[in-house]
Design a protein around this ligand. Structure first.
Ligand code: MRU
Length: 360
């Protein structure tokens, strides 16, 4: 699986020399690829969540910076384009990481050499993301194999941390795809993930495409499913993990971690090293994005004729608060599944990971 170019969230069109993305705001009803044509369209794609998920946000921004440098490679343009892209979403640290990677690759070069170097770096980050996610899948598979050898597994996930959130494989879903491919009977409980419903719209869609059995459940039913013994483990992704192992992910993750802890269900977080913010001492320091209240007060879907509709849910005077992420304290996390192996969610575990990553 994941050998062809059609199972990916972002691709380079070598003929037109432009990036193409799947517009994820149209899923699951319409699969539409669209070209990104300008720095503004890159920023729009990230802020409106046509692309979303921490690793994919980072890769998209890397290509956005390369695009900007192809038009103006001066120091001023580099700084301005980086700042503009960085301002699109605040929580996923992969955005800053990817912009730094491209910036560092070109800063010392003559302006004439920068566009090509920036594009090569963006391609390299895309390739690395695929390889890292596949390694996360292999490392996560080891944990899954040890859970209930020879028996079917019921895995719960939240939001979308599959290939739509990365380039291929995903983070939280990579071990699921690996388990499915290796013949382990897996079934996934997909929590719908209000208010934007990434579980319903994205995770269920990509699991179905891959032939992995799954069932959508309301966010509020997940504790009860764990209490009934119907969940063998929870695996989620992360948008930013602090140096002490606290995990910031889609709002609702924390409640799942609490329920998992109370019911003795293993709770794992899958992430590439680029999601670790080494400069952030703890989860309370992570900026939590607050999105527009309209995401809670209205909902979009298709009618019986397949036409897209948006309808109001709440009384017209209603107001709503919409934090997009929450923080799960490290002590509720059973393990961090990374491309370098599985480590404890703690400062010690992360330092160990860092020593493997840097070869120190
Ligand atoms: O708001 P989103 O859809 O960008 O949030 C995505 C998540 O919370 C994912 O779990 C996270 O980015 C990890 S993706 C591999």
């Amino acid at each position: 699986m994941f050998t062809t170019d059609d199972l990916c969230s972002l691709r380079w069109d070598a003929v037109s020399e432009r990036v193409e993305i799947i517009d994820q705001t149209l899923l699951p009803h319409t699969l539409r690829w669209c070209h990104l044509e300008s720095l503004q369209s890159y920023c729009h794609a990230i802020s409106t969540m046509q692309v979303r998920g921490a690793p994919l946000i980072g890769i998209t921004a890397a290509y956005g910076l390369a695009h900007a440098l192809a038009r103006d490679a001066s120091n001023e343009a580099l700084a301005l384009a980086s700042a503009t892209l960085l301002a699109t979403r605040p929580t996923a640290v992969n955005l800053r990481w990817a912009l730094d990677e491209v910036g560092n690759a070109v800063r010392e070069l003559a302006p004439s050499a920068r566009p090509r170097a920036a594009l090569e770096k963006a391609h390299a980050l895309r390739d690395e993301d695929i390889a890292n996610c596949e390694r996360i899948g292999d490392n996560g598979l080891q944990l899954l194999r040890a859970l209930k050898p020879g028996e079917p597994l019921n895995i719960m996930t939240h939001c979308n941390a599959g290939w739509l959130a990365t380039i291929q494989w995903g983070t939280a879903l990579a071990p699921v795809y690996k388990a499915h491919a290796s013949g382990i009977p897996v079934h996934v409980w997909v929590s719908e993930t209000r208010p934007r419903n990434q579980g319903t719209n994205l995770t269920a869609w990509e699991l179905q495409r891959a032939g992995v059995p799954c069932t959508i459940v309301t966010d509020n039913s997940c504790g009860q499913l764990m209490r009934q013994g119907r969940v063998d483990c929870v695996i989620v992704g992360s948008d930013r993990t602090a140096a002490n192992g606290d995990v910031c992910n889609k709002v609702g993750t924390y409640l799942k971690a609490l329920a998992a802890h109370a019911n003795g269900v293993p709770f794992y977080v899958a992430l590439p090293e680029s999601t670790i913010d080494w400069s952030c001492p703890g989860g309370d320091e992570i900026p939590i994005e607050e999105r527009d209240e309209s995401e809670i007060l209205s909902i979009a879907g298709v009618d019986a004729a397949g036409d897209l509709l948006e309808v109001n849910l709440a009384a017209s005077q209603s107001s709503a608060l919409n934090p997009a992420f929450d923080v799960t304290p490290a002590e509720l996390v059973g393990a961090l599944i990374t491309e370098y192996g599985n480590v404890e969610a703690s400062e010690k575990g992360l330092q160990h990971l860092r020593s493997i990553a840097t070869g120190a």
